[in-house]
Design a protein around this ligand. Sequence first.
Ligand SMILES: Nc1ncnc2c1ncn2[C@@H]1O[C@H](COP(=O)(O)OP(=O)(O)OP(=O)(O)O)[C@@H](O)[C@H]1O
Ligand SMILES: [Mg+2]
Length: 277
Amino acid sequence: MNTAYSSSPPERLIELSDIYKIYGEGLESEVRALDGVSLTIDRGEFTAIIGSSGSGKSTMMNILGCLDLPTYGEYYLHDELVSSLSDQELSNIRNREIGFIFQGFNLIPALTALENVELPLIYSGAGRRARKDAKDLYGADAKLMTSRQELAYAALEKVGIDHRANHKPSEMSGGQQQRVAIARAIVTNPPLILADEPTGNLDSHTTEDVMRILRDLHAAGSTVVLITHDRDIAASADRAIRLLDGRIVYDSKRDGDDGSNGDPLGTMGAPRKGVSA
Ligand SMILES: Nc1ncnc2c1ncn2[C@@H]1O[C@H](COP(=O)(O)OP(=O)(O)OP(=O)(O)O)[C@@H](O)[C@H]1O
Ligand SMILES: [Mg+2]
């Protein structure tokens, strides 16, 4: 198990307590997308979420990412009870705490790579703060206008795609677009990175590039939660959690990852009976 912490005790970043997400409640068509999930994730962990189609992975990610609220249950992020916050407060938390990476990249087609990466800075006001810092440091004559661009450019540089800064998404390959999307996710330096099948649209070579970037971010201190169908990727994470029918049926941190449980990752790609995703 990769849970040995040598010096300070682990700091809890995420706590889900008996979380339910129920669609179509009260109707015959009720779907328990999450069915009583309890989970804690410490700061600095690299966790893979696996499970067949329809098992509740994206639902869990949307709740972790404060994009959606549970029907029942409590979610604490940084000891803050997220599940009781208003839309505006949730949006502030998302901007401050979370970087998202999606399978389909979700870049804005009309904007260049640089402009896409600048967007979270505009939403969070980080650009304004950076400009104020620059003004305090260098006085009114500083090149204030560029500081947001500089932050965005630095993020592009970090993931090795700065040479495409002025290209639009349609002018880039899938792997290049995903790098831009990762730059957008990390530009505000959020403690938590959530990635929902980030390599699902990529070939194996590009998948390895993207995974290397995520591992580097993790090594630099980020907490990463990654949904994947790829067994090798799941096996390479610190921790693998398997969902089935909205429940956690395997957690390598709890159940061990020494293979004594049979092949807990083995059935993750199997289709779920009677459910279309
Ligand atoms: N808005 C919704 N309304 C009704 N049912 C939903 C809604 N969103 C998800 N579901 C259902 O909840 C269950 C879990 O869906 P979810 O998207 O979390 O699965 P997933 O594990 O991410 O699957 P995939 O691997 O296909 O992405 C599924 O049965 C799905 O049909
Ligand atoms: Mg999904």
